[in-house]
Write a protein that binds this ligand. Structure first.
Ligand code: PGA
Length: 265
C-alpha cells in the first residue's frame, strides 16, 4: 500500500528557501515509488512551488495548502477560499492544533471548511489530537488502551464529521497529531508507533460508523516530532499509512530520508 508523507512547512521559509527546499525534495524523491509526497508551503509560495514541482513531472509529488476559509467568498479580508486553491493544490491541512489553539477555530467552522474543500476538489488532511500525554506505561504498552482514554480525540473527529455526508467523509485523510508530541510544544514527549497505531485503530472504527467498509481504505497518518530516526516506527504500523512532518520537513536531507524509508528504499 502507498504511503503518504506530508511536509507542513508552517509559517517558515523565504521564497528562495522554499524553492531550494522544493527542488531538493524533487531530486531526492524522483526515483522512489509506492509513496505520495505532499509539500505544504505557505500560501504566497504555492504558485512558485507548484511551478517548480510541475516542471519535473513527478506524479506522486503533490502540493497542499495549510488552511482555507470556511466561507465560499466575500468580505473576509486576508482569507483564502477553497476555490482559489483549485488547480494550485491537491490537498489542504485542516483542523491543525495550531489553528484550533491560536485561532480558536470551532468545530462548526472546521466542518464547513471540510465540505468546501471537498466541493472544490481538494483532499482535506484533517488533524485531530489530544492535549495531554498518556502515561509512559501506556505509551510503551498500549494494548489495554480503551476508547474512554482517548475520548477527546474521538470527540474531535466526530464533531468535525457528524454533519458531513458520507461522500465527503470518505475523501478525508486523517492525521493523528497528539499535541504533546509536536516539536514546537513545550517539552514535547515522544510518542510510540504502538500507541499511535492503537489510536488509529479506534479512529478507523469511528470512521466506519459513518462510512462503513470504506473506512478500511481511508488513510490515517501520524504527526508529532517525526524525524529520520523515528519515522520507520510510525510508517510501518498496520493502521497507519504515513506521516505528517513539521520541523524535519524543512531540511531536504531529513525529509528525503523519511520519504526513502516510507518507500522502503
Ligand atoms: P513537528 O510538527 O513534526 O515539528 O512536530 C508536526 C505538525 O505540527 O504538523
Amino acid at each position: 500500500m502507498k504511503r503518504m508523507i506530508v511536509a507542513n512547512w508552517k509559517m517558515n521559509t523565504t521564497l528562495s528557501e522554499a524553492l531550494l527546499l522544493a527542488n531538493g525534495v524533487k531530486e531526492g524523491v524522483a526515483d522512489l515509488s509506492h509513496i505520495e509526497v505532499v509539500l505544504c508551503p505557505p500560501f504566497p509560495w504555492l504558485v512558485s512551488v507548484a511551478e517548480a514541482v510541475e516542471a519535473y513531472h513527478i506524479p506522486f509529488l503533490r502540493l497542499g495548502a495549510q488552511n482555507l476559509f470556511w466561507k465560499e467568498e466575500g468580505a473576509f479580508t486576508g482569507e483564502v477560499s477553497a476555490t482559489m486553491l483549485r488547480g494550485l493544490a491537491d490537498y489542504v491541512i485542516l483542523g491543525h492544533s495550531e489553528r484550533r489553539r491560536i485561532f480558536h477555530e470551532s468545530d462548526t467552522e472546521l466542518a464547513a471548511k471540510l465540505a468546501l474543500a471537498v466541493a472544490a476538489g481538494l483532499r482535506p488532511i484533517l488533524c485531530v489530537g489530544e492535549l495531554k500525554a498518556p502515561s509512559s506505561q501506556l505509551l510503551a504498552d498500549p494494548g489495554d488502551l480503551t476508547e474512554r482514554q482517548i475520548a477527546p480525540i474521538l470527540h474531535q473527529l466526530t464533531a468535525a464529521i457528524k454533519d458531513l455526508p458520507k461522500t465527503v467523509v470518505e475523501k478525508l485523510i486523517i492525521a493523528y497529531e497528539p499535541v504533546w508530541a509536536i516539536s514546537t510544544t513545550k517539552n514535547p514527549k515522544v510518542a510510540t508507533g504502538f500507541y499511535a497505531n492503537q489510536v488509529a485503530r479506534y479512529l478507523r472504527k469511528e470512521l466506519a460508523k459513518k462510512v462503513g467498509d470504506a473506512a478500511s481504505d481511508m488513510l490515517i497518518l501520524y504527526g508529532g516530532s517525526v524525524n529520520p530516526e523515528n519515522a520507520a516506527e510510525f510508517i510501518h504500523q498496520s493502521e497507519l499509512q504515513g506521516v505528517l512532518v513539521g520541523g524535519a520537513s524543512l531540511k531536504v536531507k531529513s525529509f528525503v530520508s523519511i520519504c526513502q524509508q516510507a518507500a522502503g528504499n
